[in-house]
Write a new protein. Structure first.
Length: 271
């Protein structure tokens, strides 16, 4: 992420307790350094999860151009996410079209940082509906943050997974990814929705791997629709290597692990 755009309070939380923060800054400034780091971990591809949240985090629509430029260094390995927030651009639908041409592969919504609910288009926010409609037309998945956030000012009421139910009903060909599986309060909601909707997925980033079977004891039932991730270098998220090792140690079948670690993401984000 472009940390220079962050509000001081959000930036301080990103830095808090990070012994590797100097490395993180270096990777943010140089995609080739980040790729070399991924090589040491045996990680083939990474999603750069950027979004627009000027009020709480500080990211303006300029974050999209930053994300696209960063990932253009290796578009076969770096998957650019961007954001469109109604009220920050004149035409949200046209902005989605622009991002698709720019090389952005998916839209990230962060309800608790953007102070809106995923289904606000039903009552008073037509711009949000335009985002979903154009993302669906462009074949761009929408990743929606679910679960709590500890960033100063975050409005967690908006981050309940069930608020995404309407989205999959009204936009049946739109791929929706529930980031973080609703943790740590709404995992049952996320599991229900992933099973209900053919185009609903969830990622398990931000969930300590040792907690995963407690949160989702039937995770193998939805192994076709789960994406592995770390949320690194988010607050409290430890090193990527340890996350991989802990996930691989879980009592999950090899076929399901392969789907979660690789196959599902490769299907949603083909080269």
């Amino acid at each position: 992420m472009p940390y220079h755009m962050m509000k001081p309070s959000a930036h301080e939380l990103m830095k808090h307790g990070r012994r590797d923060y100097a490395d993180v800054e270096r990777y943010c400034a140089d995609p080739n350094a980040f790729l070399a780091f991924l090589d040491t971990l045996g990680v083939q591809r990474a999603g750069l999860i950027n979004y627009v949240a000027p009020q709480i985090i500080g990211f303006t629509p300029e974050v999209n151009d930053w994300s696209a430029k960063y990932c253009s260094a290796a578009p076969d390995r770096l998957i650019a996410f961007g954001g469109v927030l109604p009220g920050t651009v004149p035409d949200p639908g046209a902005e989605v079209d622009r991002l698709a041409k720019l090389g952005i592969r998916a839209i990230k919504m962060h309800p608790s940082h953007q102070v809106l609910s995923p289904n606000d288009y039903i009552d008073g926010n037509p711009g949000l509906g335009a985002v979903y409609e154009r993302a669906q037309a462009n074949g761009m998945p929408i990743m929606i943050h679910t679960g709590t956030s500890i960033f100063p000012g975050a409005r967690n009421l908006h981050a309940q997974p069930m608020l995404c139910d309407d989205v999959c009903i009204d936009y049946p060909n739109l791929v929706v990814i529930l980031a973080h599986g609703g943790r740590p309060l709404w995992m049952n909601e996320a599991f229900f929705l992933v099973r209900r909707h053919k185009n609903m997925y969830m990622d398990i980033s931000g969930i300590p791997p040792q907690k995963l079977m407690e949160y989702f004891p039937r995770i193998e039932d939805v192994a076709d629709k789960v994406l592995w991730g770390t949320d690194w270098p988010g607050p409290g998220v430890p090193a990527i290597q340890g996350n991989i090792e802990k996930f691989n140690a879980l009592p999950i079948g090899a076929v399901a692990k392969r789907k979660i670690l690789y196959d599902n993401a490769a299907r949603l984000f083909p080269r």
